[in-house]
Design a binder for this molecule. Structure first.
Ligand SMILES: [Zn+2]
Length: 379
């Protein structure tokens, strides 16, 4: 009997696996995979549960990657169902993780169960790399599993990441890369003083305003063949001052840049630091800056598997998916270090929202797509 994607999706959603909690989600998955003959390795890093499961031993190894953790539900009273008691209404499965991304994992497992019935002996192996730490800080998840697999000399020949990639309709978009992301926290330090005696103080807000104008007006690029233009957004401006007659001593800002492959985090840091230096020098202020890099930009050059997946999706959905690099970061940024990868999953319209949902007919279609991808890959 093949595994039902809807039943498994519901079983997974019932586990409130809000990062870093696992709540039994990985075990449910492992149980289903074992019933199909997979060897399951549960790999714990700190408080995070990860799973590497494999069916078969020979090469090539086709891997599916995803995560069982979910973001918090927000205000439960705003949901039309309990986010962890999934229900189908108007042909839609509603629950936290319905499209990001428990249901996609369920579709892949269901696809393998069907593939196996038709192909008892196939040449190669199928694996799943599943983490419980994608929505959080993601240091004990895929990043470490990838290092572990590398150490064990485990070879993955191609990896399909099942994140929701389609903006509105199943079939619209395959992701072949991602933009990089860097966050900067800048403090400009001047000299505090009496507002009526500005010559005895040095207001850092003047320098801050100049800096913000310059970094916002710096054109980073016009985009590339595979990427949209890089963009800087100012997220926070803060001058902590409770008195109206005091010139503040410092001013803070936080900004984030989503950047394409014309830059790296270090080239951006250099560019920004030069601006901070020049403005603070002219205004006789000092500055401190801290950066957090959540990923460099990357693109996987499309290969024959990419085009096979693109045409498989087109055959089933009637839409030729665009090969895109838009959106946020994903675990593909770690996996691409050991294997070529692309991303294709459900429609992400409601991800992280109240009443996250997925169309039940999309679930069936995605299972069929994943099954056909396996059949074409191992043909
Ligand atoms: Zn996700």
């Amino acid at each position: 009997m093949p595994i039902s994607e809807l039943k498994l999706a519901k079983d997974l959603i019932r586990r409130p696996s809000i990062t870093p909690r696992d709540a039994g989600a990985i075990n449910i998955l492992a149980k289903n995979l074992r019933s199909l003959g997979f060897k399951c390795q549960i790999i714990n890093f700190k408080n995070i549960k990860n799973l590497y499961a494999k069916l078969g031993r020979s090469s090539p190894n086709f891997c599916y990657a995803g995560h069982t953790d979910v973001v918090p539900p927000g205000n439960i009273n705003e949901w039309t169902v309990n986010p962890f008691k999934p229900a189908v209404k108007n042909n839609k499965l509603i629950g936290r993780g319905a499209n990001d991304m428990k249901a996609s994992i369920a579709c892949f497992v269901a696809a393998v169960s069907r593939f196996k019935i038709k192909n008892k002996k196939f040449r190669g192996s199928i694996s799943l790399l599943i983490t419980g730490d994608e929505e959080g800080i993601a240091i004990n998840g895929t990043k470490r599993v990838v290092k572990y697999l590398k150490r064990k000399k485990e070879k993955i020949n191609f990896c399909l990441v099942g994140e929701p990639t389609n903006p509105n309709k199943l079939g619209e978009m395959i992701k072949i890369g991602r933009r990089g992301s860097i966050t900067g926290r800048l403090a400009v330090i001047g000299t505090q003083g009496h507002v009526a005696y500005p010559h005895r103080a040095n207001n850092p807000s003047n320098a801050m305003v100049k800096i913000l104008k310059r970094i916002k007006e710096t054109k980073l690029d016009n985009g590339t063949k595979n990427f949209q233009a890089s963009n800087l957004e100012i997220i926070k401006i803060n001058i902590n001052n409770n008195a109206d007659n005091v010139i503040p001593g410092s001013a803070d800002t936080v900004f984030n840049i989503r950047f394409n492959n014309k830059h790296s985090s270090s080239s951006l840091k250099k560019k920004l630091n030069a601006i901070f230096k020049s403005v603070t020098k002219k205004t006789k202020c000092k500055f401190r800056v801290q950066y957090e890099v959540s990923g460099e930009s990357f693109v996987t050059k499309p290969n024959k598997t990419t085009y096979m997946i693109q045409s498989t999706v087109k055959k089933i959905t009637g839409i030729k998916p665009k090969l895109s690099t838009t959106g946020g970061t994903s675990d593909a940024r770690f996996i691409r270090k050991i294997a070529p990868c692309l991303e294709f999953g459900l429609v992400g319209k409601t991800m992280h929202k109240i009443d996250e949902s997925v169309s039940v007919s999309d679930l069936k279609k995605l299972t069929y797509i994943y099954q056909s991808i396996l059949e074409n890959y191992f043909k």
